[in-house]
Design a protein around this ligand. Sequence first.
Ligand SMILES: [Zn+2]
Ligand SMILES: [Zn+2]
Ligand SMILES: [Zn+2]
Ligand SMILES: [Zn+2]
Length: 767
Amino acid sequence: MVEGLLCGARSSSREGILQALLSGSREGILQALLSGSREGILQALLSGSREGCPEAAALLWSLQAASHELPGSPEVSVCFANRSAALFHLGHFEVCLEDIARAESHGYPDRLLPKVLLRKAECLLCLERLQDAQDILSVLESKIALDGVMTTHLTRLKKLSQLKVKLGEKERCPEPAREEHGGIQGKPEIWEENSRISGASSSLSLSFDAERGRHLVASQDIVPGQSLVKEEAFVSVLCPGESLPLQDGATAWDTRATNADLYCHRCLRQLLASVPCHGCSYAKYCSQDCADMAWQQYHRTECSLGALLLTLGVFCHVALRTVLLAGFAEVSRLVAWSHCGDKNLQNPEARCKPLSEAADSGADSRGIPGCGSNGWYQSSYQALFHLLPHTEEHSPEHKFLCTLSVVAICKQLQAAGLEAAVLNQESPQQRSKTKTCEKTSDELSPELKTVAEAMLRHMLQLQCNAQAITVMQELGPGDGAVVDKKPVRLATAFFPVLSLLNHSCCPNTSVSFSGTAATVRASQPISSGQEVLHCYGPHWCRMRVAERQQLLHQYFFKCRCRACLEELESGVKSVVSIRNSFCCPTCQAQMQGEEDTLCCSNEACGTSASKDHLSGRLQDLQQQIKKALDLLSVGKADQAIKMLLKCQIDAGTFLSPEHLLMGELEDHLAQVYATLGKWQEAARHLKKSIEVVEMHHGPSSVEAGHELFKLAQILFNGFAVSEALSTIQRAEGILSVHFGPQSAQIQELQEMKACLSELPRNILQRT
Ligand SMILES: [Zn+2]
Ligand SMILES: [Zn+2]
Ligand SMILES: [Zn+2]
Ligand SMILES: [Zn+2]
């Protein structure tokens, strides 16, 4: 079909394109482009290319160019090659191969050939044409060996060795053997599940006391990197992500892809070819299976509420989905139980009363809230229901707003005739007879009142127990050589087991996510008997104690962690304020004082300056940096460098050398030099950035790990083989503690290592 569209039909409707653009998905845009009219495409691409759809940009160029260039000219061949990239991205491998053949027959420039041959081999692999793929890879290898370093990008060599590995795997086991795959690269982790707490390691135990509530304690010595909790979210809701409102001006086409376009709304996997919901334009899934499952479990109820749920916010949405997933039978059982226990709810001892019908006979964890009658703590609705709602501590305004939202949802459910769907979750035939009563008044039915009550409880619980699921997202224009990643909030979820961990501003664990699953790993040695702690957000390396306590206020407790006690009671000055201080404009010594006027710490100097003035300079500087980055994003790297260097000189006159911004400046400079292919310069700047990051976050922090990862990529591309290898080693050491040996980052590092060790001799000799 696509073939047909490509060959002639360029006249397809503008609405189709419009639709795709409004929905903003990358695939949508590409698809529209492949079939669309010239004007629509142009418009689309103007915004598409800006907003990180490089394939679309390439395609615009190719469609425009193809009509102007003479057949047989290298320009036309480049157009075909570019279009093949878009086709490959869309998964149209057959057509992609045809475009590659066209590119080759139109005299595609020899020096660019490796890129296209790699794509060809990848297509053939996807089409299971293994012998053909093998042949192409051999051609490619001899070509690279012949041309040597000058025409070959190392990233391409890495791709080559990746493809060889893939080919090898496919040849060895023609049937896809997924389970074996994981074991090939990283060593399997040692994992023994706790017999009493689902998803927790056997080296933990559940404790309870009045001061700390429920908490997890190491029952044996734990080493850094060891997995402590592996839990699937009980419920998660994708955060729509930001898409800024359109500015005035009729030609503004907002094609920014948001989280809602990029990730499966059920399993949170990255979308390649999405399956949209047939009932709304919002929900998108990675597969028909996910779409069907989501529909069955909750989306048949949520589908028509889309706009209302988006308006009321993600907490409300999580609350609704929680009761839908739990099923009405379980919801009403626990709501009924909470009524009997009502008087005792605020009393921790009394809350330990057993939940279920079965009598208990006093074993250790049996009395702990949320545990089943057998004393086990399961990642279940029952455990979730027992998370503290802190009903008494929320402000009346907050409780009122939550109630209002919940009632709005329930009214809507009733008005839309969805009540049966909500209540029949568990057994569709059971209620149909009793539920024939007509909607008479505004009054909610007793069943919906129960649902509303549970939802309200969940909304209140979320304030303390909502867990953000984050994902590492690539930043910037990403030319493929050096990838900068930052964690981005993807969804809000309930994790009943993860919620057992108390907060510390200096935690001994680190959490990472894969899809909807969370893994908690020890980030430092934890000895037997110590409490296992994780950080809810306010980390001592990022905030002063006052800011932290302010933020932690929402969780209704005063943090008494080591860092807080030291800063509050022993008067130890926050590392943040020491490092992020101003320096004297005259003599560069540190500026002191908490008041409006800061004084130079060097008494002989005696310079003083107003704090407001210095803060103003800092803001100006940040704006300048932003401008420089904007220049970089439109390809004006030389100007960006000039501007950043100027910023650096300016910053040096009033910021201490350890100031985080000084490190950021070095990082930006490294990024610009990397886009220019000046690897040595880039590495020099990045190393300075790493020094600052290590000073702020510690040498074994995630932050330091990410910076080392970038340095490894830069050294790798700059052929600094031995230094690259040692940097890879260091990055691997740190990142595997935080993300585990199977994580994407570690795999990437190992691929780089494999590639470096397989480099043809003639390349190695040049280094
Ligand atoms: Zn999915
Ligand atoms: Zn829908
Ligand atoms: Zn603290
Ligand atoms: Zn001074």
